[in-house]
Write a protein that binds this ligand. Structure first.
Ligand SMILES: [Zn+2]
Length: 129
């Protein structure tokens, strides 16, 4: 594997790819995590702009204002990371965060839930969902 990378680097392929990603990120401010995460618009509760599904995809409310799309996706990508790593999960009754159980009735929609605090900190948002 290392040898392959060496060969590729010699050919300038890896270098070019790194440069390409950097340019792509700078130009589009695009998050590469979106390449394997679907984002779709759905009918949702009036007060919910975005959600992460248990499969690690993102849904946006059909009513989401354009001005909020970027920040909501940024925030939800924090949850996508945590769902995919196994740090965050939920069922009908509970959230499970890093092995600890949080009752849904008590913790749903709270900005001080540890998984929300983390997503908010990473994305500069202030959402409770
Ligand atoms: Zn959230």
């Amino acid at each position: 594997m290392e040898k392959e990378v060496e060969l590729l680097e010699k050919d300038g392929v890896v270098q070019d790819f790194k440069k390409y990603i950097m340019a792509f990120k700078l130009k589009n401010n695009f998050d590469l995590r979106l390449m394997n995460t679907s984002v779709s618009h759905i009918e949702d509760d009036a007060n919910v702009l975005g959600r992460t599904t248990s499969a690690g995809n993102i849904t946006l409310s059909k009513e989401i204002p354009d001005s909020h799309v970027k920040s909501v996706i940024k925030h939800e990508l924090g949850h996508v990371d945590d769902v995919k790593s196994g740090a965050l999960a939920w069922d009908d009754d509970n959230f499970y965060w890093k092995g600890k159980k949080y009752n849904k009735e008590e913790w749903q929609g709270r900005k001080d839930a540890p998984w929300e605090a983390k997503a908010n900190k990473e994305s500069g948002t202030n959402y409770g969902r």
